[in-house]
Design a protein around this ligand. Structure first.
Ligand code: NDP
Length: 400
C-alpha cells in the first residue's frame, strides 16, 4: 500500500515511524505537513526511508495536486480537525481513500459533531472510495472494543462507560497531551451524556467519581462529552446509557479554571493593541508542544470500555482496556503515550484496508467495520489489550 500521512505533529510522528516499521504492508510512505523542518525530523527518526513534502492542507487544490503526484492508496489525516473536510474534498478529487482520528469542527465554534463528515456518505459511495472516521484511540480503539464486545461477548450492551486515565507526569505545571487548542476546546465545552435516547447536558466538569483503573488504581474522573458517543449510540444494540469519563489532576483543573476565568480559552476574535487575535490560539503558542513532553515523561495511560449487558439471558459486566507506558513509548519512537496510543491505531486501520479486512464504498465509523482482525493486529503493533470480567454492581447509578 502507498500511504500519504498529513501532519508531522506528535501523533503524525508515531504514524510515520510505525508505517516505516511495517514495510511488508507499506511499500511507499510520504509525510506532508505545514512545516517542512518537522517532516525532516520525522524522516530522520524513521527506520526505513520515507518521502516528505511541505503542504498546507487547508488548500484543497494544493492537497489534490500532491495526491495526484504521489498517487497514494490512502491518506491518513493526522493534522487538525479543521482540515478534515478540505482533505476529504481533495481525496474525492484525486480518487484516494481517507482516514482520520478526530471529527471535523469549525474554527469559530467548539462543536464536535460527525454530521459534516457523514454528509460525504454519497460522494464517497459514488466514487467507490472508503473513508474511515475517528481511528485513533478514543475515538477509535474504544469504538473497536465496543464492536468486539457486541460481536463476541454480549447479545445486547445496555450500559457503556468509556474510561480514560492518563496517570503520567510530564513535570510541567500545565501542558496538554495533544494539540493544546483542540484539547482545551474539548474540555472547556459543556458536559453531555446519552440516556434512554436523549442527550443530557450539564455544566462542564461538574459530574465526577472515583474510578479504579487497571495498573493505576482509583482516580478522580469527570464525565465529559467525547465524540465517539455520537456514533456509538447509533451503532450499539439495546443501549440505555453511554458516558465518557476522563481523569484530570487538581493542578490541571486549577490552571484551566484560571485560564477560563481570565478569558484565555476564548475562541472569538479580540482586539489587542490594534491587532486581531484569538486568545486560545495565542495560548497555544505559549504552551509546550505535545511532542516536546516525551523526554522524561513517567507513568501510564489506562483506557478502556466498561460494558454491562446481557449474554444468553444472563447479566454480565466486562472491561476491555489497554495500558501504555510513557517511558516505553518514548524509548520506541520518541513519543509520549498519548501520541503513541493516537498514532498506532490508524496504522492498524491502514493495515486492515491493505489486507482487505476493512473496505467498502462510503463513510464509516470504526465500530461499523470488522473488529476481530483489528484486535488481533493491535497487540502486535504495540497496544496489547485485556478483557476483565467485573462484578455486577456498577457505575450505573453514579451521578445519574
Ligand atoms: P500536533 O499539534 O502535535 O500536530 C498537528 C500537526 O498538524 C502539526 O504538525 C501541524 O503543523 C499540522 N498542521 C496543522 N494545520 C495544518 C495544515 N493546514 N496543513 C498541514 N499540516 C497542518 O497535534 P497531535 O499530533 O497531538 O494531534 C493530531 C491530531 O490527532 C489532532 O487532530 C487531534 O485532535 C487528534 N487526536 C486524536 C486522538 C484520538 O485518540 N482519537 C487523541 C489525541 C489527538 P505545524 O507543526 O506547522 O503546526
Amino acid at each position: 500500500m502507498k500511504v500519504l500521512i498529513i501532519g508531522a505533529g506528535a501523533a503524525g510522528n508515531v504514524v510515520a515511524q510505525k508505517c516505516a516499521m511495517n514495510r511488508d504492508v507499506f511499500s511507499h510512505i510520504h509525510l506532508a505537513s505545514r512545516t517542512l523542518s518537522k517532516c525532516e525530523a520525522v524522516q530522520k527518526a524513521c527506520k526505513t526511508p520515507i518521502d516528505i513534502s511541505k503542504l498546507d492542507a487547508d488548500k484543497v487544490a494544493e492537497t489534490t495536486a500532491l495526491l495526484k503526484k504521489v498517487q497514494p492508496d490512502l491518506v491518513i489525516n493526522m493534522a487538525l480537525p479543521y482540515q478534515d473536510l478540505a482533505i476529504m474534498d481533495a481525496c474525492l478529487l484525486a480518487g484516494v481513500n481517507y482516514m482520520d482520528t478526530a471529527n471535523f469542527e469549525p474554527r469559530d465554534v467548539a462543536k464536535f459533531e460527525y454530521h459534516w463528515q457523514w454528509a460525504y456518505q454519497d460522494r464517497f459511495k459514488n466514487a467507490g472510495l472508503t473513508a474511515v472516521l475517528g481511528c485513533g484511540f478514543d475515538p477509535g480503539v474504544t469504538n473497536v472494543f465496543c464492536a468486539y464486545a457486541q460481536k463476541n461477548l454480549f447479545d445486547e450492551i445496555h450500559y457503556l462507560d468509556i474510561i480514560d486515565c492518563n496517570a503520567g507526569d510530564h513535570g510541567q505545571a500545565f501542558a496538554t497531551n495533544f494539540n493544546p487548542e483542540i484539547n482545551l476546546r474539548e474540555v472547556t465545552q459543556d458536559g453531555r451524556y446519552w440516556e434512554n435516547g436523549k442527550w443530557i447536558e450539564f455544566k462542564g466538569l461538574t459530574i465526577s467519581d472515583m474510578i479504579d483503573y487497571p495498573q493505576v488504581g482509583p482516580r478522580k474522573s469527570y464525565v465529559i462529552y467525547h465524540e465517539e458517543l455520537e456514533s456509538l449510540v447509533l451503532n450499539l444494540k439495546g443501549l440505555k446509557r453511554a458516558r465518557f469519563w476522563m481523569t484530570f489532576g487538581d493542578e490541571y483543573i486549577k490552571h484551566l479554571d484560571v485560564l477560563k476565568n481570565v478569558g484565555m480559552t476564548r475562541i472569538d476574535v479580540v482586539e489587542h493593541q490594534g491587532m486581531k487575535i484569538i486568545p486560545m490560539e495565542f495560548l497555544k503558542t505559549l504552551l509546550p508542544e505535545p511532542s516536546s513532553l516525551a523526554e522524561g515523561y513517567t507513568g501510564k495511560t489506562s483506557i478502556g470500555c466498561i460494558m454491562e449487558g446481557i449474554k444468553d439471558g444472563k447479566a454480565k459486566r466486562v472491561l476491555i482496556y489497554n495500558v501504555c507506558d510513557h517511558a516505553q513509548t518514548n524509548a520506541e519512537v520518541g513519543a509520549q503515550a498519548v501520541s503513541y496510543t493516537t498514532g498506532v491505531p490508524p496504522v492498524v486501520g491502514a493495515i486492515m484496508l491493505a489486507k482487505k479486512h476493512w473496505g467498502g464504498a462510503g463513510v464509516f465509523n470504526v465500530e461499523q467495520l470488522n473488529p476481530d482482525p483489528f484486535m488481533e493486529e493491535l497487540g502486535k503493533q504495540g497496544l496489547p489489550w485485556h478483557i476483565k470480567e467485573l462484578p455486577l454492581e456498577s457505575l450505573r447509578d453514579v451521578a445519574a
